[in-house]
Design a binder for this molecule. Structure first.
Ligand code: NDP
Length: 285
């Protein structure tokens, strides 16, 4: 009764197929580079000889691919009839627009897409507290709730198949820029002989944005950008110091320079005495 197909065996797809094997599922796998299935096959997974065989092996098909182009490249190898009646949990990253197009493309072939945006790295699959943004038909998600929850918890956002992709991309926007901010700061630290381990406790405190998010979110929602706590003019001076420190350390300063440029645009738009949150309006333009 418990069967699932996983297509796409990068680190994420491998973790997912592994979690299903550990939970006693019959797991069928397919990957463009077949050898990536070797370890899973050794653990009991079935290597499908074709995309068609993979699709028809289970009602629930999990896709974990680099993008939706890869999805079309794979699914177009099978006759459309192989998709009829399947639920495709598309846990592949791409834009909200492409997620909506794919849902319509699958619907034309008799399949239902559940869009997912996984919020944990591969080692987080199957661990408590892990979550995935989901959107699409609620009944399809409920029908496969038990199987989906083998991977992560379900954060259901609504029927629009683009919604999970949108939330995911917003989160990734914050995540990559925040993480590269960490890497840039650490590059300056390294250039000054401060190891990542030495700086770790300071980095952890600095990157804990919870206080700021909870303070700013209601103000952003209310369109209130009063400079009572910090002002953009201070931000410009502060970012200039960061750029100069990076350059003096021999470190590429293009990342803080890009932020300084955004701050200066806010200044030019007349927000010098407003809070940094006024940049939301500047960026929206
Ligand atoms: P990878 O890029 O390592 O895996 C990509 C998969 O896509 C592989 O199976 C690869 O096949 C396949 N693929 C790529 N191009 C094509 C193509 N043209 N035709 C057929 N297959 C193709 O990604 P991950 O496993 O790391 O991630 C999978 C998804 O999960 C991504 O959308 C990612 O954004 C998301 N995600 C990943 C996280 C992570 O930390 N890894 C965290 C949260 C989400 P092949 O093996 O043959 O190259």
């Amino acid at each position: 009764m418990k069967s699932v197909t996983v297509i796409g065996l990068g680190p994420m797809g491998q973790a997912m197929a592994g979690a299903y094997l550990s939970s006693g599922y019959d797991v069928t796998v397919w990957n463009r580079t077949p050898q990536r299935a070797d370890e899973l096959v050794a653990r009991g997974a079935e290597r499908a000889p074709s995309v068609e065989a993979a699709l028809t092996a289970a009602d629930l098909v999990v896709l974990s691919l680099v993008d939706y182009d890869a999805m079309y490249a794979i699914l177009e190898q099978a006759p459309s009839a192989a998709l009829a009646g399947r639920t495709v949990a598309n846990l592949t990253s791409d834009t909200p627009g492409r997620a909506r197009e794919a849902a319509a493309w699958l619907a034309e072939r008799g399949a239902v897409q559940i869009t997912g945006g996984v919020q944990v790295p591969p080692p987080g699959i199957g661990t408590p507290g892990a979550e995935t943004y989901y959107s699409g038909p609620k009944d399809a998600i409920e029908a496969h709730r038990i199987a989906l929850e083998v991977l992560t918890g379900i954060d259901y956002l609504g029927e629009d198949p683009g919604l999970a992709a949108l939330y995911y991309q917003i989160g990734i926007d914050m995540f990559w820029t925040g993480l590269v901010g960490y890497l840039h700061g650490q590059a300056v630290a390294e250039a000054n002989g401060i190891s990542a381990e030495r700086f770790l406790p300071h980095a952890v405190k600095t990157m804990d944005f919870r206080y700021f998010l909870e303070f700013y979110a209601p103000r952003i929602a209310a369109g209130q950008h009063e400079g009572d706590v910090e002002r953009l003019s201070m931000g410009v001076a502060s970012m200039e110091h960061v750029v100069h420190t990076a350059r003096a350390s021999g470190v590429d300063a293009s990342l803080p320079a890009a932020i300084l440029e955004i701050f200066r645009r806010g200044l030019a738009a007349g927000h010098g005495q407003d809070s940094l949150t006024s940049l939301v309006d500047v960026l929206k333009r």
